[in-house]
Design a protein around this ligand. Sequence first.
Ligand code: LRH
Ligand code: MN
Length: 411
Amino acid sequence: MRELTAVKDALKKHQIELPSWAFGNSGTRFKVFGQPGVPRTPFEKADDAAQVNQYTGAAPVMAVHIPWDKVDDYEALAAHANGNGIRIGAVNANVFQDDDYKLGSVCHPDPRVRAKARAHLLDCVDIMDATGSRDLKLWFADGTNYPGQDDIAARQDRLAEALAAVYARLGAGQRMLLEYKLFEPAFYATDVPDWGTALLHCTALGDQAQVVVDTGHHAPGVNIEFIVALLLKAGKLGGFDFNSRFYADDDLMVGAADPFQLFRIMHEVIKAGALYPGQHVPPSPPPRPTEITATSAGAQPPGIAFMLDQCHNIEPKIPAQIRSVMNVQEAVAKALLVDADALLAAQRAGDVLAANAALMDAYNTDVRPLLAELRAELGLAPDPVAAYLASGYGAKIVSERVGGTAAGWGA
Ligand code: LRH
Ligand code: MN
């Protein structure tokens, strides 16, 4: 069993990346309920993201989405964020909201539209150079609604061509993160629908191309931690878009709908030594000669991006982001408490119940006192949500942010 100090040290090194768009107005096709005090600019989004980091101490990065976060001076935006103790993270491209993209973007049958989409992706790499971001995050809404509408294989060739052109533009240390999604807005075939398709394209591209697992992008019942374990073994897990769902891509707070799934996912990440760069995995007892070692820690290059991708359609946005970071921390703390030796011994002995118990004991551990202790050690309030609510920041932004246009998806 890991010492509690080791658990706290690991938690101190684990960072969560916030989505700028979670601070703006969002909704469903039925209604976007505007909220007072919502940011009007990416600078104000960074101010709100900095609040989440101020009270959790675990979210010093904000991902941006282009053009939702388009500014004249990206260095200035990065400097503003740095001035608030955070940095600009992944740059998310957006080739899913322009009229030209009705039949797709990089997979569109019309080469003129494909060229337009590719130009946007390349612009996003220029923005990464300006913000100092490492990751270009690519999610394509591309797909078809009816059988025969377009050629499935031809669309894959178009996708591969566009990805190769953008991959060639990446600088040293920059990565391309390819996100898959089963369906929506396409309802017959999505061009990057699953981890296999994303992995095939990323493997063909090279080491700087990795897969993003958005926890809301799978068919009901899919074992996501299985996919995570495989991508880790392949060294191709670039990041997560954490959220939770009861039905489809609900984008609810991570851990709200299925905290046990989040725990199982983080267990695989920790077992592979991928929680943070340089995470040490205690060597497991040497395998009996007949055995093939389960996972070779170290296959996965360091630096998984633990991003949130959520929409707070009805709940106050900053407290919801704080709660979400706390939910991830709780899952990580529980997963760090798994007695790896007891688990391995039970697995090797074929002791099904003991092996399951090793995981459930950790999962059923109340880690909230440990996290309150950790926050105290960091000079933070034990309850970040309560501390934020008591700060008056919420009322301040409602009174200050009058006029202008509240940020949103602009869909
Ligand atoms: C698509 C998605 C993708 C984004 C968007 C905000 O459903 O998960 O990550 O770009 O949400
Ligand atoms: Mn996502």
